[in-house]
Design a protein around this ligand. Structure first.
Ligand code: NAD
Length: 346
């Protein structure tokens, strides 16, 4: 059999993902992913949903995030290791796969370290589009690591944010973030404290990495009317907000069975009321109801967002050369003659 006749699986490497983002344009890909997530959240009931399967250790977590809409199946492998950066490694790395439910055959394998940063930013901005105060122009960005520029650019592209106020305990991280945002059209203000960063901010994004109950925001830092986009509290024992903030906020989540274990709301009673974002997107529930309300997106990252991102990539690579064909499926002429195929290869 000729290699071209084999069942080959398109694979998007890190290099090709970078080429794809530059080819399509960062703003466009963020908008496309956000649109795809919104569409998928609008057909929430068609998805198989399960909290991700997490394997915890003292230093981090390794997770599998599966879902299916009955036609396609997808999963992401992702880790979270806050100590990695000290060794020159990423805190978060990921890859993922889409498969055809009819045959079970994979139809796409992709790097997802970059794609996770894109989809997390797209999801944050999409939630903020429904929850942030009208006319919001300034965002505080606390935690200036790997996700931070993606967050800033998504809020610029999707919510019209014009100014970002940066803060990180590591000033080199803030300098790096400011440097990377130069030329983006955002007005970038590096700040020396978290308090300084939130001054005048309509939206506060917390995106820090520390495997502990951290207090990135205390109650007195959060004024009426702001929207909080809390990204970094996404694991049992790993949160960012003081509990009192949660009691003053209207809390919005992706999938409650997962968020109650992993999100900021792990600090609250199991029956504390939360609103599911798919209900807001569908107009079944209101998002922000008044100017004084504090809205909180307790983001942990849900499998459907990765599924949406993978499907966006699958459609964007059509008619491009921005993927490699992987020979990862054994494909004997006679499907029952797997052993014969092995023997003939000798
Ligand atoms: P990173 O390690 O690259 O960056 C984290 C930054 O936070 C670092 O620059 C660090 O100095 C800073 N930081 C730590 N403690 C701080 C504090 N007290 N005040 C201010 N800054 C502080 O990590 P990353 O890839 O940018 O990810 C950030 C967080 O987002 C992680 O916790 C990760 O698990 C989480 N995450 C969540 C989602 C989601 O969907 N919710 C997706 C991806 C990543």
């Amino acid at each position: 059999m000729q290699p071209s006749e084999k069942a080959l699986v398109p694979f998007v490497s890190v290099d090709n993902m970078m080429r794809l983002v530059h080819h399509v344009g960062l703003d466009t890909i963020l908008v496309r992913i956000a649109e795809e997530i919104e569409k998928d959240f609008l057909r929430w009931d068609t998805f198989d949903k399960t909290p991700r399967v997490a394997s915890h250790s003292d230093v981090g977590v390794i997770e599998l995030m599966p879902t299916s809409d009955g036609e396609m199946y997808g999963f992401k492998y992702v880790n979270g290791h806050p100590k990695n950066t000290a060794d020159g490694l990423q805190t978060v790395t990921a890859f993922g796969l889409l498969a055809d439910v009819q045959t079970g055959y994979p139809v796409l394998l992709s790097e997802m370290t970059l794609l996770t940063a894109l989809r997390t930013a797209a999801m944050s901005a999409l939630a903020a589009k429904h929850l942030a105060p009208k006319g919001a122009k300034t965002m505080a960005m606390i935690g200036n690591g790997a996700q931070s520029e993606f967050q800033c650019r998504a809020f610029q592209a999707i919510c019209g944010i014009e100014t970002v106020r940066l803060y990180d305990i590591d000033r080199d991280a803030t300098s790096k973030c400011a440097r990377n945002l130069a030329g983006s059209g955002l007005y970038v203000v590096p700040c020396r404290t978290g308090e300084d960063a939130i001054t005048g901010a309509d939206i506060i994004t917390t995106c820090t990495a520390d495997k502990q109950y951290a207090t990135i925001l205390t109650d007195n830092m959060v004024g009426a009317g702001v929207h909080i986009n809390a990204i970094g509290g996404d694991c049992p024992g790993k949160t960012e907000l003081h509990k009192d903030i949660l009691h003053r906020s209207e809390i919005f989540v992706e999938y409650p069975p997962q968020t109650r274990v992993e999100g900021e709301i792990q600090a609250l009673a199991d029956d504390h009321p939360v609103t599911e974002l798919h209900d807001v997107f569908a107009g079944r529930t209101q998002g922000r109801t008044d100017d004084k309300q504090i809205t909180l997106f307790d983001s942990v990252g849900f499998a459907i967002e990765d599924f949406s991102a993978l499907r966006t990539v699958k459609s964007l690579i059509q008619d491009t050369n921005m993927y490699d064909d992987l020979d990862m499926l054994a494909d004997p002429d006679d499907p029952r003659d797997l052993f014969g195929m092995l023997q003939r290869a000798k």
